[in-house]
Ligand binder design. Structure first.
Ligand code: SAM
Length: 266
């Protein structure tokens, strides 16, 4: 699927839930968020049906995210439904890792290929503070389980304030090197101003090479992380939502606010 700027759109990020078991300070507003009603969230059948259409149209790379994808009940079932779709060459997940130890082997057996785990610090107290209550040891166990299950590569998404030279970032990088993990540094985005993030060690952040579409939990196909545009799969159907999203992909994301990552997956 070529968009108006000749970019080949082959990557779909599916946010399967707006719910998360963490409350990261840079992601969720302190006052919390209004959650979607259950009936407004796409079922696994609807997600798989949309993905089938998207893959038939040229999507070959699918990432499941959230919210926290492992917090959605039965997520392994969705992974096996997606893995059954012929034409997906890369099936992955972005997770905070806290529930990964319990799911890694089942996810691998279901057909998931690899995983990105979000980890910004190796200091348990800081982790608890940043995530508003998270347990760092569960993430470390999750990473080990992912490696044990053969999910390769395990990548670490590490949000930094400004530079990978920060102490937390350096410690995460050292951990990654020792454990054979890849690490991507993502500059913390200011949700109030929408200041664009720069990614070190990943492909995000460069609009000229953007190959992504996003499916939100309530079934909006969104052309750009920095745009409120979206086309409802339930209202206009998968083909039309997909076509409109590709046709309306902006040259470059320009919105000067973003409501949060919790419902669209970062
Ligand atoms: N719950 C999953 C997780 O933690 O990986 C998936 C969703 S989370 C919103 C996806 C990614 O967005 C995480 O790596 C998180 O660190 C990142 N993120 C959230 N808020 C951000 C912000 N303000 N700036 C940069 N990255 C952010």
């Amino acid at each position: 699927m070529l968009d108006r700027f000749n970019r080949d759109i082959n990557y779909l990020r599916i946010s399967v839930t707006d719910r998360c078991n963490l409350r990261c300070r840079y992601c969720m507003p302190a006052e919390g968020v209004e959650l979607l009603r259950h009936e407004d969230i796409l079922t696994y059948d609807e997600i798989a049906a949309f993905t089938r259409v998207a893959v038939a149209s040229g999507i070959s790379k699918v990432r499941v995210t959230g919210g926290e994808p492992l917090a959605r009940r039965g997520i392994v079932t969705l992974i096996s439904m997606l893995a059954d779709i012929e034409g997906i060459q890369d099936l992955s997940m972005t997770t905070n890792g806290t529930l990964l130890a319990d799911h890694a082997h089942a996810l691998a057996e279901a057909g998931m290929m690899r995983v990105n785990v979000s980890l910004d610090t190796l200091d348990p107290g800081k982790y608890r503070y940043v995530t508003r209550g998270g347990d760092l040891s569960s993430v470390i166990r999750g990473i080990a389980a992912a490696q044990d299950a053969g999910l390769r590569p395990v990548k670490i998404n590490c949000v930094i304030k400004s530079t990978p030279d920060e102490e937390d970032a350096r410690r995460v990088a050292g951990f990654a090197m020792r454990e054979g993990l890849e690490v991507r540094f993502i500059r913390q985005m200011d949700l109030a101003t929408g200041t664009f993030s720069v990614v070190h060690g990943g492909s995000g952040g460069d609009c000229s090479r953007c190959n992504r579409l996003r499916l939100t939990p309530e079934g909006m196909v969104r052309p750009c992380l920095f745009s409120d545009d979206g086309y409802s799969v339930r209202e206009v159907g998968a083909e039309e939502a997909l076509r409109r999203a590709v046709d309306s992909k902006p040259d470059c994301g320009t919105i000067n606010h973003i409501n949060g990552f919790y419902n669209i997956g970062g």
